[in-house]
Ligand binder design. Structure first.
Ligand SMILES: [Zn+2]
Length: 476
């Protein structure tokens, strides 16, 4: 049996809860009189001191205190006795909006370097505390942004990510440490953010963003930071932000280069105005395939975090209508003016698309995979053990091959396939693989067009092989 909770219940009205970081609706406080209970209350929540007590230490006359619905002014005021099961209610006088919120002494100390900036100050810091920012993707871009936005005191950080932390993420996703490997990204991230700044509320969305859930998830936030690594989600985030009239802070990286912009269709172009159509999937290498210098997403993610803070504070010139190009190798940046497309299907005055669509299909991802014959990893493992195993062609790059490859495979990277197609046997069954199944699907289509008939793509690529057949295979 557990002991009954000790003390009396104090109910806090919304106007007083608004002063607290993590406000409970009810507090249990021990005391024998109203005075004792209220002193204990402000000891627990120092932010309430000035709202409950006058400088002389008396209960403020602008607050009515009820004990079980009895006004203490008609009983013994502060000396009114309180029993453990009593309910104490505070009713402050309201003058529209209630008491002005302010920072606690601990917050003043923590954010003192912000408070010194006239552009931030206490008002700005309170705006950050009220703000709700959604990070779509807690990867290379989202990780550094989450750390700095939490450190800056953004009150609510939403994280959308369905992945688990892999060892190959740690080269750039500084939100995670070695012990996080194998844990969910949103779980590991919220733990890290809480230990960095307990004032921040982290909302975990451990899902993949889809056309079904995007509007519901994005609706609750003020600004969306796009930290995605694929085109279908990028177009989805853009379209959802246009429909919900929210600013989106865009960032992307590849190898040594990065791009940053702010898309806010109310004041400027959207991502579709800039890139109406995605490139064909076979021409899109991801970071996993093309590689990325670890600091580059750090720089881009922090540039995005900077734009988020500017939008929340209402200071400076946001990157609306401007695309910033960063090149780490040359150490240079360029800015490109981008304009609103008067015929943009989503953000123009007469949009032709009014809701969300099927983004994988729009980006050609499902379409391409569906067009070529495939084999899954387990079936391939079985065929490789037969007396007439298929020949394996690895169409990845040399660096990827060096990390891991299938034992009997031949390396012919996608770029050299057209020169070396003559060396492949047409009378034998061929299985082509890459990392995820995209480049191999493209290679299979290329081979089918050149008269190969017995050729299949390993669905899910070498990743699926590592998942389903050989868990010891190194991942990247
Ligand atoms: Zn547009």
């Amino acid at each position: 049996m557990t002991d009954p909770p000790k003390g009396s219940t104090v109910e806090l009205p919304p106007s007083l809860r608004g002063l607290l970081d993590d406000p409970p609706e009810q507090v249990r406080v021990v005391g024998e009189t109203v005075d004792e209970v209220l002193h204990e209350l402000v000891a627990q929540f120092p932010e309430l001191q000035h709202h409950v007590f006058s400088p002389s230490g008396a209960i403020r006359s602008s607050i009515i205190v009820l004990v079980n619905d009895d006004d203490i002014r008609y009983r013994q005021r502060g000396r009114t006795p309180v029993a453990p099961k009593d309910r104490i209610t505070l009713v402050p006088a309201l003058a529209g909006g209630g008491p002005r919120p302010h920072l606690s002494p601990q917050e003043r100390h923590r954010y003192s370097r912000h408070l010194l900036l006239p552009e931030v100050g206490e008002r700005g810091q309170l705006r950050l505390r009220r703000a709700r920012v959604l990070l779509v993707g807690a990867g290379g871009l989202g990780a550094p942004a989450a750390l700095y936005l939490a450190a800056a005191g953004v009150g609510t950080l939403g994280l959308v990510d369905a992945d688990v932390v892999e060892a190959s993420n740690l080269q750039r996703q500084v939100l995670y440490d070695t012990a996080s490997v194998g844990r969910s990204k949103v779980g590991a991230a919220s733990k890290r953010v809480r230990s960095l700044n307990p004032n921040v509320r982290v909302v975990r969305h451990k899902v993949r963003l889809t056309s079904k859930n995007a509007l519901r998830i994005l609706r609750g936030y003020d600004v969306v930071l796009d930290g995605t690594d694929n085109f279908p989600t990028r177009y989805l985030v853009n379209d959802a932000c246009v429909l919900l009239r929210k600013p989106e802070v865009y960032g992307s990286v590849y190898r040594f280069e990065g791009q940053v912009s702010v898309f806010d269709a109310r004041h400027g172009p959207c991502y579709r105005c800039l890139f109406p159509q995605p490139p064909p999937p076979e021409l899109v290498p991801s970071c996993a395939e093309g590689g990325v210098l670890g600091v580059v997403p750090g720089v881009v993610g922090l540039w995005q975090a900077t734009e988020v803070l500017k939008l929340l504070l209402g200071v400076g010139e946001p990157l609306v209508g401007r695309l910033l190009l960063l090149d780490a190798l040359s150490g240079s940046t360029r800015e490109v003016r981008i304009r609103k497309d008067p015929h943009c299907p989503v953000c123009s005055a007469h949009p032709t698309q009014e809701g969300l669509i099927d983004y994988p299909a729009f980006c050609g991802v499902t379409e391409m995979a569906a067009r070529v014959p495939e084999i899954d990893a387990r079936a391939l493992a079985k065929e490789l053990r037969t007396s007439r195993p298929p020949a394996l062609i690895d169409v990845r790059e040399t660096g990827e091959w060096a990390i891991a490859h299938l034992p009997t495979a031949r390396l012919i990277s996608r770029g050299t396939l057209s020169e070396r197609v003559g060396t492949l046997p047409k009378d034998r069954s061929l299985v082509v693989y890459c990392k995820s199944g995209r480049r191999s699907a493209d290679a299979v289509r290329f081979l089918l067009d050149r008269g190969f008939t017995r050729v299949r793509s390993l669905s899910g690529g070498i990743d699926a092989w590592a998942d389903e057949v050989d868990p010891r295979m190194p991942r990247y």
